[in-house]
Structure formats: C-alpha cells, structure tokens
Design a protein around this ligand. Sequence first.
Ligand code: PMM
Length: 263
Amino acid sequence: MTAVWGIVNATPDSFSDGGRYADAESAVAHGRLLRAQGADVLDIGGESTRPGAERVSVAEEQRRVLPVIERLAAEGIPVSVDTLNASTALAAVHAGARIVNDVSGGLADPEMLAAVAESGADIALGHWRGPSSDMYARAEYGRVGREVAGELRERVAVAAAAGIAPSRIIVDPGVGFAKTAGQNWDLLRELSDVVALGPRVLVGTSRKRFLADALGADADEARKDLATAVTSALAARAGVWAVRVHDVAATRDALAVLGAWDG
Ligand code: PMM
C-alpha cells in the first residue's frame, strides 16, 4: 500500500494573535488530525519552498519546527522535517524526526549530506535546479522524466559517497521545482523513469499550481484537493512508494478505491 505523508506547516498563523505557543499548538493539533486520518508520516516544515516564497532565518525556522516535531515524535508518530538547512536537519533528528526531506537533494546546503549521514536518519532527495526565486529560468528539458531521473541518480551517488546507506535514500522528482506546468504533466506521465532508479519514490502534487491546467485558474482549495487525490492515486499506480499531501483523508480514500479496483 502506498504510504501517505501529511503536510504540517509550522508557520505563523496569520489569523491568530496567540503568538508562538498558539502556532505550535495548532500545528500539533493539525498533525494529530492528519495522523488520525491515516497519515503514515508527518512532514513538518517551517519555511515555505513555494516559488517566490521568502526565506526565513535558520534560527526562526528551528523555533517554528522543533517544538512541533518534539511533541508529535514523542507520541510515536513517524516524523520528517522539510528543510534545506543541515543544522535544522540535525536538530530535528535530535528532537525525534526520522527522515530529512530536502527538496534540493542536498544541493542548497553543502553540509546537508554529511549531517544526515552522521544522524542516521533517512533522507528524501528532491530534484532541484536552483533556488525558487529564479528556478523557471532552468526549466529546460529534452525528455523530462529521463533527465530528472539522471540528475537524481547523481544525487543518490553523492549521498551514498557521503556515507548515507542506499537503503536510507528516497528520491522525489520535484513536481513544480524548475518545471513548467506542461513539464510537470510530462514528468508524471514518465514517472516510470524515476521508479526504475531503484530507491523508494516520493511524489508531491498537492495543491500545486500546475493543477490549474486541468481545473482552470479559479479552482479553489477543495477542488485542488480532489485533483490531488486523483494525481496521488495515479502516482501510486505508477509504482511510487509515498505521496505527500495536505488533505490526507481524500488521498486515503482515493488509494482505497485504487486498492479495491486492483483487487
Ligand atoms: N513540495 C513542496 C514542499 N516540500 N517536499 C517534497 N519531498 N516534495 C515536494 O514536491 C515538495 C516538498 C512545495 O510546497 P508545499 O509545502 O506548499 O506543498
């Protein structure tokens, strides 16, 4: 059965004036809800990696994620930390995270792979061609599936050379990272190139902008969550190990339907 990663944003809630404690409190509550809905892993991030998003300081990132990770991990829930920073990855593992989710595949912080090797955690290596501020300038591919797979193969080799056991490595084709909308669809169609690499594959399509190609630009969050359940089921059919989503309940239902269909 395909695993489901539930997204927990440990970012300040602009609608709350309760301060840091209230923010951590609501992130923990949200994590518990996603777990109850069937999330296998909770992916906790304190800095948005969306296109055009602002960077926050490493200290601020850690103030946001560490209390949330500590509390959810203490409840026995498998936790990953979504970060580009080696020091946050290490601190998160000390707080109980078992997986480091680095959308840059170890490229953003030169210390990342050595830190993860030392920590003993698993690592998800994302396909990345540079910071989100100008990543569309790098969105040039011949056959996108083959090229993404080739670049991920290189990152896996570098991670293994840094001392991370191959069985601890997960790869992610990085939907939306340095890819146009059309290239994201091509990539999903060609997922078998990435699955053929060998390591476990994680795919994240949740609420991403390219879904508007199918739904129209005015699609709200609820419609994007339904679309995400469909793309996640199709990714599962293509052989991925896990999908990363905001709406765990909808994707769990879609995977259950796929399971019944397959018998
Ligand atoms: N996408 C985002 C953030 N983190 N991590 C992985 N492994 N794969 C992704 O596709 C991915 C990610 C984009 O931001 P979001 O948190 O708003 O979805």
